[in-house]
Design a protein around this ligand. Structure first.
Ligand code: NAD
Length: 252
């Protein structure tokens, strides 16, 4: 599936979908760069992977900081000399509430991480991949909340809609340079983020499950496997797409 020595980066890799994706890249035989603002858990995840013989690099980074994002990508080049696959996954849900009650601070914070932070990473990755032989492939973590509205999450929905449009635009711009860029749109996936949103309340979790025709939430591994497939040569003719991993939710 991947050539030997493939280098894969995952942001937001300390937990949840990002951690599962980093582990899936490791299983696929890649060298794995984990980036997260949570230094303790990110380091631990990288150590656990190294103990299994995987070549890993952890970089503490807040994706909202352009200098830290530049440093992250420079460290990847200094360490491995190239970057073949990237999953821009770091994200936050922000506060919940209707649009008129969404504070400007919350709006800026959510857009700052989910859209501006992803844009900063994407910029660095495109510059690297455009200048190396073989191009590369990028997956941006959007959400079903970028395809349809969700009451109570205006900033989050706006940020994920923006991620999808950024993805489509970059895909058009870089198609001829051998760089594929896609987005993934997960439904509700059982991670710490969803636990924060549902409060781990049984009834609320059942309501979330019922949003999906398959009547369950997804797992981080189901999203991770889709990421690893999308950046592999098996998905070599797919670019500019927003791929739902949502148990059928957006087919309703
Ligand atoms: N869980 C879901 O139901 C779901 C659904 C659709 C999309 N998503 C998206 O998937 C991605 C991962 O979600 P998750 O459920 O695993 O969330 P999570 O909260 O479990 O993990 C998010 C990770 O991102 C890191 N992070 C947050 N802000 C960061 C920053 N500024 N810089 C660097 N790292 C940062 C956190 O430290 C954490 O490790 C997010 O973009 C989220 O919006 C999640």
């Amino acid at each position: 599936m991947y050539k030997k020595d493939t280098v894969a980066l995952v942001t937001g890799a300390a937990t949840g979908i990002g951690l599962a994706t980093a582990q899936a890249y490791a299983r696929a035989g890649c060298r794995v760069v984990l980036a997260d603002r949570d230094e303790d858990r990110g380091q631990q995840a990288a150590r656990d992977m190294s103990a299994l013989g995987v070549e890993t690099l952890f970089v503490a980074v807040d994706v909202t900081d352009p200098d830290q994002v530049s440093t992250l990508h420079q460290r990847i080049i200094d360490t491995f000399g190239r970057l073949d696959a990237a999953c821009n996954n770091a994200g936050i849900e922000g506060d919940m509430g209707p649009t008129a009650d969404c504070s400007v601070e919350n709006f800026d914070r959510v857009i700052g991480v989910n859209l501006r932070g992803l844009f900063l990473c994407l910029k660095s990755q495109l510059a690297i991949m455009a200048s190396q032989p073989g191009g590369g492939a990028i997956v941006n973590m959007a959400s079903v909340a970028g395809l349809v509205g969700f009451a109570g999450l205006p900033a989050y929905c706006a940020s994920k809609g923006g991620v999808i449009q950024l993805t489509r635009t970059a895909a058009l711009e870089y198609a001829q340079l051998g760089i594929r860029i896609n987005a993934i749109c997960p439904g509700a996936i059982k991670t710490e983020m969803i636990d924060r949103i549902t409060g781990q309340d049984d009834d609320t979790e059942k309501q979330f499950a019922a949003l999906h025709p398959m009547n369950r939430m997804g797992t981080a591994h189901e999203v991770a496997d889709t990421v690893v497939w999308l950046t592999s040569s098996q998905a070599g003719f797919i670019t500019g797409q927003a791929v739902p991993v949502d148990g059928g939710m957006t087919s309703r």
